[in-house]
Write a protein that binds this ligand. Structure first.
Ligand code: ZN
Length: 242
């Protein structure tokens, strides 16, 4: 089975559409959370997610936008964007956000936004930081988001950890590992110095994950953010992928 694996869409409709175009051949798409926040199209992003029948967990921005998570640990730009998002959300879309689970378990893998230890707020940037979550995995494969940086960490049969950051077309042979944790990067706000939208494809038959990138109309998103008075820093970072 082919799955599209996405995360951190962040109300970026142009990036989301560009990624969906690339995923026309997959049977199912799943999302590791942060559908909203930062970008200019929260309602449209949620509508498209529902239309494409994409199962998603909640991210910290999704919960903060509907008042279910405090923004005290958010930086000022993230907090301003959460407040703007909350002011824009239609009732049906806010209900959709409230209904999102924190953890999802499918036949082939688990999915959370941050980590298995702290699904909404812990960041996994490194192999060391992946270790505790790998211990908590109940399936051989787990997808996370939150850092906006593509990465994998695999537990080898001997017990040691292997892994690295992932660039365009990098693949991970899942058969080498007893457990693998993978971050597909961010659709709507990449932070690994590559501004192209990031996503992945899981092939369960080949036991392989491939990281993909696709260009999208960044300027169109920036114009909408400017018109919505969203913070300059959030507008500028899209063009450089930080
Ligand atoms: Zn995020």
């Amino acid at each position: 089975m082919l799955y599209g694996i996405i995360a951190d869409i962040h109300s970026n409709l142009e990036a989301f559409r560009a990624v969906l175009d690339q995923l026309s051949a997959v049977e199912r798409i799943v999302c590791a959370g942060d559908i909203v926040g930062y970008g200019p199209n929260p309602n449209e992003g949620l509508e498209l997610l529902a239309e494409k029948n994409i199962a998603s967990v909640a991210g910290n921005h999704d919960k903060a936008a509907v008042g279910e998570l405090s923004t005290q640990w958010f930086n000022i730009n993230a907090r301003l964007a959460v407040e703007w998002t909350a002011s824009q959300l239609k009732a049906a879309q806010a209900d959709h956000l409230r209904s999102l689970p924190i953890n999802l378990e499918l036949d082939d893998f688990q999915i959370v936004h941050g980590s298995l230890r702290d699904p909404l707020e812990e960041y996994i940037f490194s192999l060391d930081e992946a270790e505790e979550s790998i211990k908590l995995m109940t399936k051989p494969l787990c997808f996370v988001g939150h850092t906006h940086r593509p990465l994998y960490a695999g537990l080898k049969p001997g017990g040691s950890l292997d892994g690295r950051t992932l660039g365009k077309n990098d693949n991970v042979s899942l058969g080498y590992y007893t457990k693998t944790l993978v971050n597909p990067g961010s659709v709507g706000q990449p932070r690994d110095n590559d501004p192209r939208a990031s996503f992945g494809i899981l092939d369960t038959r080949k036991k392989e994950f491939v990281l993909r990138r696709v260009e999208y109309d960044i300027e169109a998103v920036q114009h909408k953010m400017l018109a919505a008075n969203l913070p300059d820093y959030l507008i500028e970072r899209l063009a450089i992928g930080t």
